[in-house]
Design a protein around this ligand. Structure first.
Ligand SMILES: [Zn+2]
Length: 419
């Protein structure tokens, strides 16, 4: 099936962006934590490769294979081997699924930031009709991979975060979808049952933490509202009020506003999937049977101007952030992103997501979102902000990599070590 073919062919490609990030770092000097044996073999060329990979399919295939083979036999800076089995049970397992999609798992607890697989083309988005494509979702979604998912956390209601959520939800056993009121209304129109939907900014539930923002632009949920943890099996999540930047040249804002009522029928015009009040999420995974936090993950699906979208200080008392999943797309249209977040919270590891062109299916050669600043500049900013404090190596597709920052290609599997 397409999934198998795509996953095999991209096996080497998944290395590309971890290494391109490392390569950028190494070429800047040895100041970053990712300067290591794991990346140094390919470092002299990987920065260039990251650029040329977007040029043509043939060129990128060759380059990616070179990078993968160059790194395959290397060891981490601490002498760790690049062979052997990753410590999956002890680590935080993360798979990048494409666009804003990340599967987060610790032991039996799984939480999803939803991907989009349908990826309608740009003409359909701008001038035509869009709809979820069940064949593409079936092709790219690994069967059974979402069966343990207890929560689908949606940061805002733009179609690139929400279009496939009904099909993703059907692939879970009984997940609940958490998002803003626009998410809830669109999902009701799509046929998702009300029992599976929670609007975190609905004043009746007041789950969203509004301490870092003005009043909610859609529901009026008051600034200063503390919100509450969403309790999940083996985990918990906190919705954090955030914001959504302009997307194109810092002046065009696609589909702003709110979906205040259930829009029947479900809109086929992309700009009717109005974003609503944007949220980020803090996710804690517990040691089994306890309230001891094993891993804390911050997930955003839109870049923000600090301090919007940041966790309130009081939330950081219990546990620092182990992994920050930061949004690359439109990053140039906010101030000091990702530097401000990394400086404020010093996450042990950072993943950059939502960077690739989502106007075509993910089995096409990867290229960045059109009309945006180069993601390589985001990589450089993230690496500079992370500095040179080392962390244990990360398992990336089964190999040990000494790095703290990755901008992965879809399908990449990570195992992050415990603190
Ligand atoms: Zn958006």
């Amino acid at each position: 099936m397409i999934l198998g073919r795509q996953r095999r062919s991209s096996r080497a490609a998944r290395w590309l962006l971890a290494l391109s990030a490392c390569g950028g770092d190494v070429s800047d000097g040895a100041q970053s934590s990712s300067a290591s044996g794991a990346s140094s073999t390919g470092a002299g060329t990987s920065g260039t490769i990251a650029g040329t990979a977007t040029t043509t399919a043939a060129e990128s295939t060759t380059s990616r294979t070179d990078v993968a083979s160059a790194s395959a036999g290397s060891s981490g800076a601490d002498g760790s081997s690049s062979t052997g089995e990753p410590p999956a049970d002890e680590g935080l397992q993360v798979r990048f699924l494409g666009v804003g999609g990340f599967s987060l798992r610790y032991r039996d607890a799984q939480v999803l930031s939803p991907p989009m697989y349908s990826n309608p083309d740009v003409l359909s988005v701008e001038f035509g009709d869009i709809a979820a494509d069940p064949a593409r979702v079936a092709a790219f979604l690994e069967p059974g991979s979402l069966s343990d998912t207890s929560a689908i956390l949606v940061g805002h209601a733009h179609y690139d975060h929400l279009l496939d959520v009904p099909l993703l939800w059907e692939a879970t056993a009984a997940a609940t979808i958490y998002g803003n009121t626009s998410v809830r209304n669109l999902m009701l129109a799509a046929g998702v049952p009300e029992r599976a939907l929670v609007a975190v900014d609905d004043p009746a539930v007041a789950l969203a933490d509004m301490r870092m923002c003005p009043d909610d632009m859609c529901t009026g949920l008051a600034a200063g509202t503390e919100g509450a943890w969403i309790e999940l099996p083996g985990a918990r999540a906190r919705a954090l009020c955030s914001e959504h930047p302009d997307q194109i040249f810092g002046i065009v804002h696609f589909a702003p506003g709110c979906v205040d009522t259930v829009p029947m029928p479900l809109p086929t015009a992309a700009d009717q999937w109005r974003e609503g009040a944007t949220m980020a999420f803090l996710v804690d995974f517990f040691e089994p049977g306890t309230r001891t936090i094993a891993f804390r993950v911050y997930v955003q699906d839109a870049p923000t101007n600090a301090p919007l979208g940041f966790p309130h200080d009081s939330l950081l008392d219990e546990h620092a952030i182990d992994l920050a999943v930061l949004n690359v797309g439109s990053w140039e249209n906010v101030s000091d992103h990702p530097g401000a977040f990394i400086a404020a919270f010093a996450p042990r590891y950072v993943l950059g997501g939502h960077w690739e062109d989502f106007f075509r299916p993910q089995d096409q050669p990867l290229q960045p979102i059109p009309l945006q600043a180069p993601p390589e500049d985001f990589d450089a900013a993230a690496l500079a902000a992370l500095g040179d404090e080392p962390q244990p190596p990360v398992w990336v597709d089964g190999a040990s990599v000494q790095a703290r920052y990755f901008r992965p290609v879809p399908g990449t599997d990570f195992v992050f070590p415990p603190p």
